[in-house]
Ligand binder design. Structure first.
Ligand code: HEM
Length: 224
């Protein structure tokens, strides 16, 4: 079953972790790392409206560097059976980020990566075909994150910073109309992915490391 034919049954993640498989385990075992990223000082300030459109634009600038690497590295995993059910070009963000940044900065050059973003990029560049579960973890983190919290970030950027509708492509997934069934199908793909127990443990360790890198990226944007 691929995420493309997303006819998801009832959400297995409605708090009944015991009832389901690897997806629920990933969610449970990375929840703390997720919350630590979600509630980093920069993100709390951004979502509360305590920053400005420049801060929001700076975040997108760093994300562009990240997604360019992630989406370039993806080609190493195109034949990995572990990822066959989730790789989907509709998820890619680099082009949407480029368009939003051009709109928000009148085509100004993209700011260079911060040291924290450079470290995150290095981790992604280091992903090798022998370890598809590590790439899978970053794919899950970034894209399920953008299909979740990302929608919140987009909404609040409009409300607090007057970001124009024309500069919200980063959070709009062309061709994926209904996000919840898509996310549920992604979780089902996680449950049925041919990952060994060792690979599942490595996936969770890499996802936790990814959340920490995401939090550090946010903190790297804080103006002292
Ligand atoms: C920035 C503030 C953030 C907010 C407000 C937020 C909010 C949320 C919410 C509400 C969900 C649950 C969605 C659902 O049940 O379908 C969620 C899930 C998720 N978020 Fe976040 N999030 C944030 C940051 C992040 C970051 C930085 C990442 C990754 C780098 C991330 C990755 C994820 C992932 C992978 C899921 C799916 C969990 C699962 O169902 O397995 N989030 N987020």
């Amino acid at each position: 079953m691929t995420t493309a034919d997303a006819a998801a049954p009832a959400d297995p993640l409605s708090g009944d972790e015991a009832a389901s498989g690897f997806a629920a385990r990933v969610r449970t075992e990375t929840q703390e790392a997720h919350d630590s990223a979600e509630h980093s000082a920069f993100m709390d300030d951004l979502l509360a409206g305590r920053l400005d459109a420049q801060a929001y634009t700076a975040l997108l600038g760093q994300y562009l560097h990240l997604y360019r690497v992630l989406e370039a590295v993806e080609s190493r995993f195109e034949s990995a059976p572990e990822l066959a059910a989730v790789l989907d070009p509709r998820l890619h963000r680099a082009a949407a980020l480029e368009q939003d940044l051009a709109a928000l900065t009148d085509g100004a050059p993209v700011t260079p990566p911060t040291p924290e973003t450079a470290e995150y990029m290095a981790r992604l560049s280091d992903l090798q075909p022998e370890e598809p579960e590590r790439f899978f973890a970053h794919h899950y983190l970034r894209y399920l994150g953008d299909l979740s919290g990302g929608q919140v970030i987009g909404r609040l950027a409009v409300r607090h910073y007057g970001i124009p509708e024309t500069a919200l492509r980063t959070w709009r997934f062309e061709g994926i109309e209904r996000l919840k069934p898509y996310k549920d199908a992604y979780r089902q793909a996680l449950d049925s992915a041919p990952l060994s127990a060792r690979q599942q443990d490595a996936f969770i360790a890499e996802a936790s490391a990814g959340f920490t890198l995401a939090r550090d990226l946010f903190e790297g944007l804080r103006q002292e």
